[in-house]
Design a protein around this ligand. Structure first.
Ligand code: MLT
Ligand code: MN
Ligand code: ZN
Length: 329
C-alpha cells in the first residue's frame, strides 16, 4: 500500500501530465463511479438520500455509475465496466485524457473488461465508438449477449477486438496486467430475464475479476455484483490485499420498505451488507486487508456520512468508495 504523500504526487506522475517518474512498479486503481445503476442521485428518485444529495445537504456526495480504471504502467489503462456515465467519468479523470503528443486520435484506454451484461456496465461502450482502438474482455456468455444486440456493432472489429475471458485462468491484458475471471453467485441481466434464460445465472453471466500485476505480484479483486459468498468465493478471497465488493444494499428489503421497488436484494442478485448472510458477516473471517464497497445503490443508508449504518460498516473494517478514489497497490 502506498502512503498519502505518494498518492498526492500521483497527479504529476504521468510523464505527459507533469513530467514526473512513470508509475513503474505500482499498480493503481481509480474508482470512476461508485454508485449502482441509476447513479446518485437517480434522475427519478425522491428517496431521502436522493432528495438530500440533490439539495446539497452536507454529509452526502453525488456519485456516478459503477466503473473502475486500473493501470500497471501509468500509461495504459484498463476500464473495469463501462457505465452510462463514462463520458463524464473520463472528463473528470485527467489521466484518461488523450496524450498531447498522441496524434489526431489518442487515448490511454487500452482495454475494457466487463463483469456482466448489466445496463450500468455495458452501455458506456457505446460512447467509446469514435474510432477508439481497444480490446474488450468479457465472459463468452456476455460477449454472446453483446453480439446479439446489434447496436454494439458501432464498435467496429477494425478498432475493437473482443476477447473471451476464460474462467479460472489469468489472461494477460494491457499495461503489464493480467485478469483472472471467475464465476460468482448472481443472476442474468434484467433484460435477459425471459423464459429462455430465466433468473438463474449461467456460467459467465456474472463474474468476479482478479486483476494482477505479475511483475510485482500485486493483485486485487473486483466484484460489483454478487448474490452471496459461497465456499468457493470465500476461499478465493481469503487473505486478499484488496477487494472492491458489491455494496448495493444495506438491508435485503430496503427498496421495498422505502417504496422504491417491489424487489429484494436477493431477487436482484445482490447480497446485502447487513444480516447473517450479508457481506459484513461473510468477510468477518476472511482476513482481507482492505475491503471497499462499490456499486452502492442510492437507497443505501451508508451513503450518509452520519448514519448508524455507515458507522456499522466502518466498524466492520469496510470503506465506502467515492468517485475519484485512488488506491495504490
Ligand atoms: C443490477 O445491478 O442489479 C442491475 O444493474 C440492475 C439494472 O439493470 O438496472
Ligand atoms: Mn448494477
Ligand atoms: Zn433514491
Amino acid at each position: 500500500m502506498i502512503g498519502a504523500d505518494a498518492l498526492a504526487q500521483r497527479e504529476g506522475w504521468n510523464g505527459w501530465l507533469g513530467g514526473g517518474t512513470p508509475l513503474g512498479d505500482t499498480m493503481m486503481v481509480k474508482v470512476l463511479g461508485s454508485a449502482a445503476g441509476g447513479g446518485f442521485p437517480q434522475a427519478n428518485c425522491n428517496c431521502r438520500n436522493c432528495a438530500d444529495v440533490r439539495a446539497g445537504k452536507p454529509g452526502l456526495i453525488p456519485r456516478t455509475q459503477s466503473s473502475l480504471a486500473v493501470t500497471g504502467d501509468g500509461e495504459r489503462w484498463v476500464l473495469l465496466n463501462a457505465s452510462p456515465d463514462i463520458r463524464q467519468q473520463i472528463a473528470a479523470t485527467p489521466t484518461l485524457a488523450p496524450r498531447p503528443d498522441g496524434g489526431a486520435r489518442s487515448s490511454p484506454i487500452a482495454a475494457v473488461a466487463l463483469t456482466n451484461a448489466d445496463v450500468d456496465h455495458v452501455t458506456g461502450l457505446l460512447s467509446l465508438r469514435e474510432g477508439l482502438s481497444f480490446t474488450l474482455y468479457a465472459s463468452a456468455r456476455v460477449l454472446d449477449t453483446l453480439a446479439a444486440n446489434s447496436i454494439f456493432n458501432v464498435l467496429s472489429p477494425r478498432h475493437v477486438a473482443r476477447m473471451a475471458l476464460p474462467l479460472g485462468r489469468p489472461m494477460e491484458v494491457a499495461g503489464g496486467l493480467a485478469i483472472r475471471a471467475y464465476p460468482v453467485p448472481g443472476k442474468v441481466a434484467l433484460y435477459l430475464e425471459d423464459a429462455n434464460r430465466g433468473l438463474v445465472a449461467g456460467e459467465g453471466d456474472g463474474i468476479g475479476l482478479e486483476v494482477s500485476e505479475p511483475a510485482t505480484g500485486a493483485a486485487f479483486h473486483y466484484i460489483p455484483g454478487c448474490a452471496g459468498v459461497d465456499a468457493a468465493l470465500a476461499q478465493r478471497l481469503a487473505g486478499a490485499r484488496l477487494v472492491l465488493f458489491d455494496g448495493t444494499l444495506y438491508t435485503d428489503d430496503e427498496m421495498i420498505t422505502r417504496g422504491l421497488s417491489d424487489k429484494s436484494g436477493q431477487r436482484m442478485g445482490h447480497i446485502s451488507m447487513s444480516g447473517p448472510l450479508g457481506s459484513m458477516a461473510a468477510f468477518a473471517a476472511l482476513d482481507v486487508e482492505r475491503r471497499i464497497y462499490v456499486h452502492i445503490n442510492n437507497s443505501n443508508p451508508v451513503l450518509r456520512d452520519d448514519s448508524p449504518e455507515r458507522a456499522d460498516v466502518q466498524r466492520a473494517g469496510w470503506e465506502i468508495a467515492y468517485d475519484g478514489m485512488e488506491i495504490g497497490l
